[in-house]
Design a protein around this ligand. Structure first.
Ligand code: FES
Ligand SMILES: [Fe+2]
Length: 361
């Protein structure tokens, strides 16, 4: 699988320049399933105001959060059974978005409706399609197995939402970049050596796969705690899956030190980045593991560990975002050999952006 770019390919060109803009034709996480119920939930997604709720039968619904009469946010209205009533002049919409009642007149104006967005509920998330509705193919939903769903013998749970004051491209690049681990997460995930051993990078079914493995790692104490290991030295690996534009499954693995072919721990952290705007991001995190299953204390421990990590990464990407917003980048970007995964990601993202640039929004 391993392929490395040569130095020429690390030069920044049109296809490997930092990507700018939102990719709309993709499934993004709109909310945790637990967030959407019989109370109206307002959230900005890809720069658009969205309101989410569930019908009495439990089906999730998403509308553009502005009434087609006078733009009142529908999220300030009220549910009437499966329908949503606008709080300004009382117009009522059914779960398809069709206007079914205008209290001040007998007939509903022809074509009176609010835009409804396609949704898919999968795992513990509700995914939304913000682009061309005709292109909203369920088959394009990211492979849920990389996020830890559906794997036999795994305990899977949603963890925590974070709001990040940075564009999602920065978050993507942070997550496919392993060499920052030694510096940003000092002592948490490695014993100081990761920066010298960049991962192998390849592609499989549209997913960028990064693979790092150390047969005799001196395993940092926080990592031993995370993986519930009692040995100090042993084989450990990290398998990163990035499904552009915004879905990541990070698999942290450990093997038995006495039987190096025997995989004993897999801890999966799922990260889904949903652009709120061009420069801010909703971050949804989930987790799966094949040890300490059903242990609520361990659920809390893992969620807490990754919250701390995300806070460190958040500091980095939010600081870079500030530089970008102020147009303070004055030098041509220089890349390192360890940036192979980022360059691959940029090629795919820029191609997706190029394909969408001529399409109506
Ligand atoms: S703004 Fe919604 S009914 Fe008037
Ligand atoms: Fe990080």
């Amino acid at each position: 699988m391993a392929t490395h770019l040569d130095d020429t390919e690390l030069r920044t060109g049109p296809s490997t320049a930092f990507p700018h803009g939102l990719i709309r034709n993709a499934w993004y996480v709109a909310a945790y399933s637990r967030e959407v119920g019989r109370t109206l939930l307002a959230r900005t997604i890809l720069g658009k105001p969205i309101v989410l709720y569930r019908t009495e039968a439990g089906r999730p619904v998403a509308f553009h959060d502005a009434c087609p009469h006078r733009a009142m946010p529908l999220s300030m209205g009220a549910l009437r059974g499966d329908n949503l009533r606008c709080m300004y002049h009382g117009a009522m919409f059914d779960p398809e978005g069709t206007g079914i009642e205008v209290p001040s007149q007998h007939q509903v104006p022809p074509g009176f409706c609010v835009r409804r967005y396609p949704l898919i509920e999968a795992g513990y998330w509700i995914w939304i399609w913000m682009g061309d509705p005709a292109a909203a193919d369920p088959a394009l939903l990211p492979d849920q197995s990389i996020l830890g769903h559906g794997a036999e013998g795994f305990h899977t749970l949603p963890t925590k939402y974070r709001h990040v004051e940075a564009r999602y491209h920065l978050l993507n690049e942070n997550l496919v970049d392993d060499t920052h681990i030694t510096f940003v997460h000092r002592g948490q995930f490695d014993s100081g050596g990761r920066v010298h051993t960049p991962p192998q990078v390849g592609e499989r079914d549209g997913i960028i796969v990064t693979r790092w493995y150390d047969p005799k790692e001196r395993i940092a104490v926080p990592m031993r705690l995370l993986l519930d290991l009692d040995h100090e030295v042993g084989p450990r690996g990290l398998l990163g899956h990035f499904r552009p534009p915004a879905t990541h499954g990070i698999w942290i693995q450990a093997w038995d030190p006495n039987e190096p072919d025997k995989l004993i721990r897999t801890c999966i952290i799922a990260f889904c980045f949903t652009p709120e705007t061009e420069t801010t991001t909703h971050l949804f995190i989930g987790h799966a593991r094949n040890y300490r299953k059903g242990d609520a204390d361990w659920d809390f421990h893992v969620a807490h560990s990754f919250d701390a990590t995300q806070s460190q990464d958040g500091t980095v990407v939010e600081a870079i975002e500030q530089v970008m917003r102020k147009n303070q980048i004055v030098q041509e970007e220089v890349s390192f050999r360890s940036d192979t995964s980022i360059m691959r990601a940029r090629r795919i993202m820029n191609e997706m952006l190029r394909r969408e640039s001529n399409q109506p929004r």
